[in-house]
Design a protein around this ligand. Structure first.
Ligand code: HEC
Ligand code: HEC
Ligand code: HEC
Ligand code: HEC
Ligand code: HEC
Ligand code: HEC
Length: 492
């Protein structure tokens, strides 16, 4: 014998009732928060977490409770011989009609609210604070560096996701894994680079920078402070031969010569960081192929080995791998602070002393800041300029060193340039030779024209013909034969 019970009877259990209460509370709270959110421009990331992660979590949880409770009651009723009756819809019944109307109203409110919420949630998970602050510790270095970079006014997603649904979904899936690795402390410190699944540069960088826009040369000046007692300045001014990428303006030359679509370059690297490049293939616009192989005995590989290793097609990131997350070396950042006067260059040996405290290893930022204060105070005891120096060095430290994440300049070598990293000299070392004997040139004038150089801060005379490089310290011919980064590491 089977007895019939009302469908709604399934809801009569504590679990479902608790679920309904929870759901109603979450819905009301969510709606109120959503209204607050819609009326404000800059929402705090924590507010965002609450409204777009916690509230939906509770809503989903409450739904689950309701269903679980119903299943549980159904099993119990089954055991007692009841069969719940499905609700009968009788449109001629006024009560049913008004119930349907009420349900319809409720659903449309729910629909509007959830559409609005989804839209705001999309924006929230794409925002810089979401990326930079949710995983505060893990992303702190990138977030801090980003805020001081030329890209501070763009957003993380413009380089890391870009337009289109496919990459959006990819990013959210890998994002889930990232949330997991942060929650369970599984992430690598420092975060490993190169980022394997970075979206190809032509789909991100090129949205804002067109190769046809580059032309000519840019003027750059470096003022260095030596590690002697007088912190002697040495200045170099040069034109960097950026070159153009617009065939309409004549043949493509200069630094932006290696760009996909202009000249296609594929290379093989034998290390994860892509610092050792023994094999390079160029396909020019006419389709002519030239392969350059290193003649260096230590890094040389055979064609057979080259064929089995993954090939990478060169794009913007193979030079601009640090367009926005730059962790500067002590020497670089101190030279900037000294030349702008933020550190007084008349303090004896201040370059060497400050570089030493910056480069030392610490466990936490807090420990470093205390040590910087202590060390410099001891070195310059009684000098009134010490306070300002300490403050500047501490601020340099906080912006470029993240010991909790093991982040410092040595972990993320910048490929633009060649003084303290292999950079351009990974290929341009005069040791990569083609079958016809052509070399990837190390000739200084290929890439830049020195206009002025020498001791002092402000150099007068400019030469238009270009000067031969003069190495500030006598190291014989070594600066010509060795890579600069064999001696220059970025710190004393
Ligand atoms: C101008 C483009 C650009 C912007 C904007 C940008 N990134 Fe990056 N980011 C990169 C590139 C390029 C790399 C990696 C290069 C590589 O593979 O070596 C990178 C690497 C990273 C890495 C890996 C570790 C590292 O330091 O290289 C993290 C984490 C990261 N970005 C997070 C962020 C966050 C968070 C934001 C926003 C606050 C952001 N990025 C904004 C271009 C960008
Ligand atoms: C959303 C737009 C946008 C995207 C995407 C973007 N950039 Fe930029 N980039 C800018 C802006 C804005 C500047 C600052 C221009 C200025 O200072 O004149 C800039 C400046 C630069 C500079 C000059 C930096 C300097 O020190 O003066 C380089 C190099 C650069 N971007 C490379 C890249 C690379 C590589 C990518 C891709 C990973 C990229 N950008 C993606 C907008 C963008
Ligand atoms: C072979 C290495 C290399 C490649 C590949 C490369 N660049 Fe550059 N780019 C440079 C160098 C070097 C500079 C000059 C850096 C400086 O000013 O210190 C530069 C300068 C720039 C600038 C600043 C220009 C200015 O007028 O100040 C932008 C923007 C830029 N590159 C974007 C890109 C984009 C986008 C791509 C990819 C399509 C790209 N670069 C590919 C090496 C490269
Ligand atoms: C993956 C290897 C590779 C890297 C890394 C690389 N280049 Fe090149 N570069 C080449 C090759 C190959 C050529 C063509 C050599 C030839 O045929 O003369 C070339 C040519 C050039 C030229 C001459 C273009 C012309 O006008 O004909 C310049 C300038 C240049 N590179 C600058 C740079 C700079 C600056 C960097 C670093 C930011 C750099 N390259 C990094 C491989 C590389
Ligand atoms: C393949 C191109 C290329 C060649 C060859 C080259 N350079 Fe450079 N050099 C660069 C680029 C690009 C920069 C700019 C780096 C930056 O913007 O930070 C640079 C920067 C420099 C600087 C300033 C460095 C700094 O970061 O403080 C000096 C000094 C210099 N080059 C000297 C030389 C000398 C000497 C030679 C010849 C032995 C040489 N370069 C050959 C591309 C090249
Ligand atoms: C054999 C080692 C060695 C090589 C190789 C070398 N240098 Fe140096 N360089 C030195 C020494 C030592 C000093 C003096 C440092 C000081 O006074 O603090 C110096 C100083 C300099 C300075 C002045 C300021 C400073 O301390 O940064 C510049 C600029 C410089 N070198 C550029 C280069 C460039 C560019 C290359 C590669 C083309 C190069 N050097 C290769 C050893 C070397």
């Amino acid at each position: 014998m089977s007895m019939q019970g009302k469908f709604s009877g399934l809801l009569k259990n504590w679990v479902s009732v608790a679920g309904i209460f929870l759901g109603a509370t979450a819905l009301t709270t969510g709606t109120v928060l959503l209204i607050i959110d819609a009326s404000r421009e800059n929402l705090s990331p924590y507010f965002g977490i609450l409204i777009y992660l916690v509230v939906p979590g509770f809503l989903a949880g409450s739904g689950l409770l309701v269903v679980l409770g119903m299943l549980w009651t159904r099993r119990r009723m089954h055991r007692q011989g009841y069969v719940p009756r499905l609700p009968v819809i009788d449109l001629s019944d006024r009560r049913t009609l008004s119930r349907i109307a009420f349900l319809g109203l409720l659903l449309s409110v729910f629909f509007i609210v959830s559409t609005l919420a989804t839209y705001r949630m999309y924006h929230f998970t794409e925002s810089v604070p979401f990326c930079g602050m949710i995983c505060h510790q893990a992303m702190n270095p990138e977030y801090t560096a980003f805020q001081q970079s030329p890209h501070a006014n763009t957003s993380c997603t413009e380089c890391h996701i870009g337009p289109g649904a496919k990459w959006f979904v990819k990013a959210k899936i890998s994002g889930l894994y990232q949330v997991y690795s942060v929650l369970f402390n599984k992430y690598h410190r420092p975060i490993e680079t190169p980022v394997e699944n970075l979206r190809p540069a032509k789909e991100t960088c090129l949205a804002c920078h067109w190769p046809t826009k580059f032309f000519g040369a840019v003027l750059r000046t470096w003022t260095y402070y030596r590690t002697d007692e007088k912190n002697s300045p040495w200045t170099i001014t040069m034109l960097l031969n950026i070159g153009g990428g617009n065939p309409a303006h004549g043949p493509i030359r200069g630094i932006h010569w290696h760009m996909e679509g202009v000249n296609t370059i594929d290379y093989v690297a034998t290390d994860r960081k892509r610092l050792v490049i023994p094999w390079v293939r160029v396909t020019d616009q006419a389709g002519k192929v030239t392969v350059y192989r290193t003649t260096d005995d230590k890094t040389k590989i055979s064609d057979g080995q080259a064929a089995t290793l993954p090939q990478r097609r060169m794009d913007c990131i193979d030079c601009h791998n640090r367009p926005t997350h730059q962790y500067r070396a002590p020497n670089e950042v101190l030279d900037m602070a000294l030349s702008s006067g933020r550190i007084d260059s008349s303090l004896p040996s201040v370059k060497a002393q400050t570089a030493k405290v910056l480069a030392a290893k610490y466990k936490t930022q807090a420990e470093a800041l205390t040590a910087i204060d202590r060390e410099l105070r001891a070195t310059y005891a009684g000098d009134p300029r010490v306070e300002a120096t300490i403050r500047e060095v501490q601020s340099i430290y906080s912006a470029n060193f993240f010991p909790e994440m093991n982040v410092r300049w040595t972990e993320y070598p910048n490929h633009v340039g060649h003084k303290i990293t292999p950079g351009c000299f990974r290929c341009h070392d005069d040791k990569h030779v083609s079958e016809s004997g052509k070399r990837i040139s190390k000739e200084c004038k290929t890439c830049h024209t020195i206009l002025a150089q020498g001791p002092g801060k402000d150099l007068p005379a400019f030469t238009s013909s270009g000067l031969d490089f003069q190495h500030p310290e006598d190291v014989g011919e070594d600066w010509k034969t060795e890579r600069c980064d064999t001696c220059h590491t970025g710190s004393p």
